[in-house]
Design a protein around this ligand. Sequence first.
Ligand code: BG6
Length: 508
Amino acid sequence: MEKPSNLILVIFGATGDLTSRKLIPALYSLRIQGLMPEKCTLIGVGRSDNTVEEFRKDMEKAVNDYSEDKEAGLNNVPGFVDCIEYFRMDFLIQEEYEKLRLFIERITIERGIGGNIIFYMATPPNLYETISTNLSKAGLGIQKDGFRRFIIEKPFGYDLESAQKLNKKLHELVREDQIFRIDHYLGKETVQNLLVTRFANGIFEPLWNRNYVHRIEITSAESIGVENRGSYYDTSGALRDMVQNHLLQMVGLIAMEPPSSLDPDAIRNEVLKVFQSLQPITEEDVEKQVIRGQYTPSKIRGECVTGYRYEKGVDVHSRTETYVAMRFYINNWRWGGVPFYVRTGKRLPTRVTEVVIHFKQTPHHLFQRVVGKLAGNQLVIRIQPDEGILLKFDMKEPGSGFNVKNVNMDFHYKDLANVRVPSAYERLIYDVMLGDSTLFSRDDEVETAWKFIEPIQKAWKNNPAIKVYGYPAGTWGPEPSNSLIEGEGLEWRYPCKNMADEELYCEL
Ligand code: BG6
């Protein structure tokens, strides 16, 4: 497999959660698969006063705690951690970046590594600009003897203006093809499979439009609360944390026109066109089209669960939303008039992300239904867990007459023998090593997505009368989100943890 001959990966925010839960396990998996360069060093950069030995121990623990590959390769851990270095610094002080440069130069010489460097910003978002600027001032953005690439974690900005400002700043420092704005949903195998399902099969695409699709639903539910990220989350909320990036990117892939090739810009141009065609939700319409909620204390399976306002780092009077549901439209020939329903929330009954394409019903109902309500065909694309695809259709109930019943045709990734589904971060870090930006958000995409979100942010800020509904932790969000769905008797699909078994057995 292709890979660069050498690499220094510098992770800012190395003592944070993201590094131990996602980045280190991903790098470890890449290493086991032989996808890391032969000559490679990871430099963890943090403010904590760790020695390199302490940091290596923490990273070893991270692999043991969070890697899915630990069974396969526990013995490889020591070899892996030996490549890890630690550099303590204050991110705000310019002179410290000079010391970092000298440190990198020393490692380069000592370990005989060439000149490719990736800087990964896994810090709170308000530091991205400072870190990038200081790296540049220290000469670390200049591409000499190899590439220099900057990975920027989401959220990229906190509104349109700050995203534009950050883009402008980054463009002053480095070229767009050196910037990798990460959205880990794009690294998920099942999200990429949206493209393959649509464009590798002749049967779906002719139906994929306003003539046959009644509505599209996307749910991304989490059962966890804000855990120890309360202070970040309270300044973010579900709209910034999930909708502006992960959910809109999924909308882009579901709604886009076929790209002319798999070229990174060919795909991203089509996603951008979708974002540009989103019908703006005016500030006046926000109340009608967007519902926000916040989880309140409750009991889940007999256990008391704290409400959002009592989580660590959260203001007791906070009006930050932990749930958003919205209805919007895409103004183009393919989708004009088709409602898109999107919802996401924390402390919902289960962790599930899925896309549901609801097809229009037959124009005339010839047959009687035996069980359940009249439902059009549905194509459920399950992003996680129990990844797969489910087609729901009606068939004749055996016996006399013409009674019909809704049945399932399903495919589950777990049925594929010997196939290991790589983690999102694994795929994305590997792509940065290769310089492939297909699965990363481009500057104009990010800004256009913010443009769509902006009136919602403004309405919530300017109009305190717009309610933040409470919902008990462990329930499917506030009741008013149901009235977003237009049409008599229509409701959100009730997603089970196991994709296809909802009528027989639904594990939550
Ligand atoms: C992150 C959000 O980007 O995505 C988190 O900041 C959220 O709040 C997470 O929990 C969800 O990711 P996944 O892959 O578990 O669906």
